[in-house]
Design a protein around this ligand. Structure first.
Ligand code: PSU
Ligand code: MN
Length: 306
């Protein structure tokens, strides 16, 4: 079997890839494990429309009945959003999900793998996984970081969320040689707020320059991803003291309930949403839209180069 035998690329996406038109990959864990229904469906469709309004083609990625789907129908998005059996699939889960013809939503790591198989270079998400707080004891480091080290996809996110150890996450990315770019900022954004107190390596002010960096990196065979961090617009920022309080409480509850492994991120996200009475969810939606806008612009410039 060739890898293409496992892939179902949506005709709109296939046409765009063939004609070297801009395409933006989107993940699906956020749909099935990152947001409650029906906001998850509304957000997934809104993000796709945001990409289209920038004259790029959205390719939401997931695994359905063992097929690697690149570009979903609205029915498939609804299925991912409502079906309890849809598992969170990261790198190690991917071959099992495919071989057993199961369905799964893809994390940043597995979305990067599938995007790269489909030759899509730019991917928009909300937040990446990283080094968790307390990782010196738990060794909980997301497979997203290892994927960024190895797979040639540019990931546009809103920085690292404070459920993670932001400093250790940056150190890990440095060790692995992953460029961390701040879009119009020299400070790493912290997801719900535009500031984290940590510097990024490079402040870059235009999507064109980012596209040039991608071309240069991969032309030089320096494999691996590039992380573009895009601050949440100030109008939608949340007070970091309120967020930190909610996150600290969520982490204590997760410990009390012995939540670990792949369950921890979805657990913390829904707890924080509960504790902030939905404010974190609203901010989450705004920042994903913001990331989809920037990713579309990068994809447009990237596709215009040879
Ligand atoms: N962070 C968020 N929202 C999310 C995730 C992370 O703010 O939905 C999801 C992404 O799909 C990410 C995954 O790739 O969680 C990381 O999970 P883990 O830490 O188990 O690798
Ligand atoms: Mn983990």
């Amino acid at each position: 079997m060739k890898y293409t035998d496992y892939l179902d690329i949506h005709p709109d996406v296939e046409k765009a890839i063939k004609n070297k038109e801009p395409v933006v990959a989107l993940e699906s864990t956020i749909i099935s494990h990152g947001m409650p229904y029906p906001k998850n469906v509304e957000t997934a469709l809104m993000v796709e429309d945001t990409v289209r309004s920038n004259k790029a083609v959205p390719a939401t990625i997931a695994i359905i009945n063992g097929r690697l789907k690149v570009g979903l129908t609205n029915e498939e998005i609804e299925f991912l959003a409502t079906n309890e059996e849809v598992k969170k699939v990261s790198r190690r889960d991917l071959p099992i999900t495919v071989a057993q013809k199961l369905s799964g939503s893809t994390t940043v790591a597995s979305t990067m793998i599938i995007a790269s198989l489909a030759k899509i270079a730019v991917f928009a998400t909300g937040g990446i996984g990283g080094v968790h707080r307390g990782a010196e004891n738990t060794l909980d480091i997301s497979a997203d970081l290892e994927e960024l080290a190895n797979t040639n996809v540019c990931v546009v996110c809103a920085g690292a969320k404070a459920i993670l150890d932001i400093g250790l996450t940056l150190e890990y990315l440095e060790t692995k040689g992953v460029p961390v770019i701040g879009y119009k900022t020299s400070e790493l954004p912290a997801f719900y707020s535009s500031e984290s107190g940590f510097d990024v390596d490079y402040k870059i002010d235009s999507a064109l320059e980012i596209a040039e960096i991608l071309k240069t990196k991969w032309s030089l065979s320096i494999d691996g991803g590039v992380l573009v961090t895009n601050p949440i617009p100030v109008a939608f920022e949340l007070e970091s003291s309120i967020m930190n309080e909610a996150i600290n409480e969520a982490i204590i509850e997760a410990n009390n309930e012995n939540i670990s492994g792949k369950e921890i991120t979805p657990y913390l996200l829904s707890k924080v949403n509960e504790l902030t009475e939905g404010k974190s969810l609203d901010a989450n939606i705004k920042l994903i839209q913001n990331n989809a806008n920037l990713a579309s612009k990068i994809a447009l410039h990237y596709s215009n180069q040879d």
